[in-house]
Every structure is written in C-alpha cells, then in structure tokens.
Design a protein around this ligand. Structure first.
Ligand code: 5RP
Length: 221
C-alpha cells in the first residue's frame, strides 16, 4: 500500500536527526514536516544545548518538549538548520512560506552553515511556481506589491493571516520561475516587501526526500 504524505514526512524528519550535531546550536524551521522533526529530536534533548526557531509555533512546541530556545540576537552562528519546503528544484532553490514563517526562516537560514531540507516527494519540481509564491509585505504596501506581482503574470491572493512580524502575505499563483535567484532579488527590491518566499541565493545544501522507495539523500549540485 502506498505511504501517506504524513508517513513520508515523518520518514524524512527521522532521517534528519542524523544531521544534528551533539553540543551544537540547532536551527529549527516551521511546518508539519518540521513538527515531525521536533518530535524525532525529543530524545536528543540533553545533547542539544539550545535551538533557534523560525516561528512562534515551533518555539512553543520545542519549549513544550523541554528544549531551550534562544533569540537570534543571542547567537553568532548555527551549525545545521533543518526546515521543510513547499517546492524545491534541481538547483536546490525553494519556495517556502506556505506556513507563513518565510521571513524568520530566511533569517535563520542566513546564519546557518548547513541547510538540510526535509520534504516529501511531492515537493520536488522541475520549475518552481506551481505552488503559489508567498510574499510577506508591510500591510500598507499590499496593494502596490499586488499590482507588481500581477504585472509579472501572477494571480494574487491576500492571505487571511498575520505573520509573527505583524505583516501580511500575498500568494502569487501561476508563475513559472525559471531564474529563481533573479526573481528573488527583484521582488525583494520592491518597497514594502519584507521577504519573498524564494530561497535561491541561499538555497538548501542537503535534500532529504521522502519517497515510496525510502528516504533519498541529495547534496547540492
Ligand atoms: C513554512 C514553510 C514550510 O517549510 C513549508 O510550508 C512546508 O510545510 P509542510 O512541512 O507543512 O509541508 O516554509 O513557512
């Protein structure tokens, strides 16, 4: 019988525990796959001095299991950052932000030596864009940024959601993102954009992909 998506997520989450280094501060992302990861590292609590988390959601779960969670400003560098993705392409560029934590995810990823992406097989794509691209915006800029995204050919929806940073999210559907790094730089340059959910300039270093044949490990090409 075929494995469910949750079973694939749990499998990659468990495989990611092998990347956790004893005595090192761990970066923890956000989402349902990461929730499985947090459950999987619970028995390793005494070996992990502290975590840095990319959302209030993950912080709550980590603290509930007895982990120490540090503010980013207390930390110089993180060894390994484990997080999910909404899509990942062959160059390990990703769309992230389905769970609305894109800005904090990008910040934590930026100080992490290694980004380990954990994803079920449905997330692996040839070209990014089937999943609507999240863009976090300062609320007063929502309309102006929406117009710019529409000019790129996207169909844009304002998500009924307020981020941990008190901002809004526009979801831009229908883009075929052939040059993720260029689009990331362009959208990030627009006034009022906090973060675009394209992780191309700093993509993943390792991909653990949950498939019917087991967890497959890929290193950044
Ligand atoms: C949250 C994210 C998540 O990593 C992404 O949405 C994947 O989520 P899930 O593991 O629930 O499929 O970017 O902002």
């Amino acid at each position: 019988m075929a494995l469910t998506q949750n079973e694939l997520k749990r499998a990659v989450a468990e495989a990611a525990t092998a990347y956790v280094k004893e005595g090192e501060i761990l970066g923890v992302g956000t989402g349902s796959t990461v929730d499985f990861f947090i459950d999987a590292i619970a028995p390793m609590r005494d070996k992990i001095p502290a975590c840095v988390s990319s959302s209030e959601r993950s912080t709550k779960k980590l603290e509930g299991l007895g982990f120490k969670v540090l503010d980013m400003n207390e930390v110089e560098e993180i060894g390994v950052y484990v997080d999910g993705a909404d899509e990942i392409d062959g160059s390990f560029a990703m769309i992230k932000g389905g769970g609305g934590a894109l800005t904090r995810e990008k910040i934590v990823a930026s100080v992490s030596k290694r980004f380990v992406c954990i994803a079920d097989a449905s997330k692996k794509v040839e070209v990014l864009g089937r999943f609507p691209l999240p863009v976090e915006v300062i609320p007063m800029a929502a309309r102006a940024v929406r117009r710019r995204l529409e000019a790129l050919g996207a169909t844009v929806t304002l998500r009924d959601f307020v981020t941990d940073n008190g901002c809004h999210i526009l979801d831009a559907a229908g883009l075929q993102i052939k040059d993720p790094e260029a689009l990331e730089a362009e959208i990030n340059s627009w006034p009022g954009v906090v973060t675009v959910g394209l992780f191309a300039a700093r993509g993943a270093d390792v991909l653990l992909l949950g498939t019917e044949e087991g967890v497959k490990t890929f290193e950044k090409p």
